[in-house]
Design a protein around this ligand. Sequence first.
Ligand SMILES: [Zn+2]
Length: 123
Amino acid sequence: MMGMYDMFKDAVSMAQKADNIDLVKTILELQQKMLELQEENINLNEEKRKLESIISEIKTIEFKDDCYYFDGDGPYCSRCYDAEKKKIRMLKFDTQLGSIYNRCPNCKNEVLKETYHANIMNL
Ligand SMILES: [Zn+2]
């Protein structure tokens, strides 16, 4: 099968033989448009591949207690995922004063996980 580029070349030379300068111009403009569409198509395919890889990686996203869970695994920082699509595991942080937080080691986002009765006298 003849490539599009060769077809344009043929069309241009035919138009030149017919001495039709307007047709030559129109064909060249069409060729330019085709190149732009090809480039756009390449970019869209690239974007599609990225999205497909994100989808295949994450089958289910659950938002629970202000954190994300991916396929039941978590908690992950909602802030990092929403802003940068980064999966950062939250770490447990105990204040020793009656509160346990889930804390993001990347952005330091803190989410209260649970509270307990702290015996201040023992500190
Ligand atoms: Zn974070």
